[in-house]
Ligand binder design. Structure first.
Ligand code: TK8
Length: 338
């Protein structure tokens, strides 16, 4: 009896100590793992920026956050990864805003063709009150928007012919992102558009399922699209932002000092990402001249494309909200008059 009693004392003591020890450990050293996935490959500015973010976050959190990076749709396409964030089975992704329109209709405002005259104007709107208001709306869908990164101005490539006027687009099977405004814009330009996930695009072009697609210079080069596309035109018909976002389910579990680290570092890396993205787009635009037949439109020639897509604004005014469209346009104007 005596022996059993002392054993009991000992074990409960040890137990108390063990619980205390682990508790202390929990507060100090609990490690949170972030799986961050994107659709582009590891040569993209987006992935380089994720690598930098990982370094910053791991360092500043003193190892309490660990980040695993995935590229090339290894974890799924933009829409699937956002859904995984909602479920809490993935922590971070960075989709184009186009597929976000399926979750929060207001995001479709950025899909309006020829909305932003320059990437600086886009920065001004995205980092300003309207852009931040939209980021906040993601929370309704279980997503925390940390910052806008840049995908960039999109340009048309195809395997059939050089495109100099909207008439040249007639009948081309163009892959679009999964967003009705992109579909409507390409229909208005006379194409035969098909929405498709980014991860399926290369083989679709290779097999001739689609004739063309549109993406920024860096993507066209770094994803080797020139291997299956002969022609590119600087249509620059729309500017695609990226949104770096985290699962709300995961975010809510984080101690507030770690939440703060995520928010702060995401903003810091934003400037780096935009900078290298712009450098890369400029560099690969030049490099593509050795790989493809490049058509550069004059400002005048671009106007014909702009005119062709004008009906899209009216068609989507109600769905996006006339007030929101106006707010964005006013801010663009404000930027230009600065
Ligand atoms: C990558 C996409 C891609 C986008 C597209 O996941 O789908 O064409 O431009 O960058 O977000």
């Amino acid at each position: 009896v005596l022996l059993a009693g002392s054993l009991l004392t000992l074990s409960s003591d040890a137990g108390a100590w063990w619980i205390f020890g682990e508790d202390k450990d929990n507060n100090k050293k609990k490690v949170y793992t972030i799986r961050a996935g994107i659709g582009l490959n590891d040569k993209s500015a987006q992935f380089k920026a994720l690598e930098k973010w990982k370094q910053m976050v791991e360092k500043r959190s003193d190892g309490r956050i660990e980040m695993e990076l995935y590229h090339s749709s290894q974890l799924g396409d933009d829409r699937e990864m956002m859904e995984a964030l909602q479920l809490g089975t993935q922590e971070v992704t960075c989709p184009s805003t186009a597929p976000i329109g399926g979750f929060i209709p207001e995001f479709k405002v950025f899909d309006l063709p020829f909305l932003f005259p320059s990437n600086k104007a886009a920065d001004y709107v995205l980092d300003g009150p309207v852009g931040q208001r939209l980021l906040k709306k993601l929370e309704k869908e279980g997503l925390i928007g940390l910052a806008y990164w840049e995908n960039g101005f999109r340009h048309l490539t195809n395997s059939v012919r050089a495109v100099k006027t909207p008439a040249d687009i007639k009948g081309l099977k163009v892959r679009t992102m999964e967003n009705p405004i992109h579909l409507a814009a390409w229909e208005a330009m006379g194409a035969n558009p098909t929405p498709m996930a980014f991860g399926e695009l290369f083989s679709a072009m290779q097999q001739g399922v689609v004739d063309g697609q549109e993406n920024p210079w860096g993507t066209i080069y770094l994803q080797n699209f020139y291997e299956v596309q002969d022609y590119v035109t600087n249509t620059g018909h729309v500017y695609s932002p990226f949104v770096l976002m985290v699962s709300e389910k995961f975010y809510d579990k984080l101690p507030s000092d770690l939440q703060k680290i995520l928010r702060e570092t995401a903003k810091e890396v934003k400037d780096y990402q935009r900078k290298i993205n712009r450098e890369m787009n400029a560099k690969y635009r030049e490099k593509l001249k050795d790989k493809m037949n490049v058509t550069i439109l004059s400002a005048e020639e671009k106007k014909a494309f702009q005119k062709a897509v004008q009906p899209v604004y009216e068609k989507y005014e109600e769905e996006i909200g006339a007030g929101l469209i106006k707010d964005v346009m006013n801010e663009v104007e404000e930027y230009q008059n600065k």
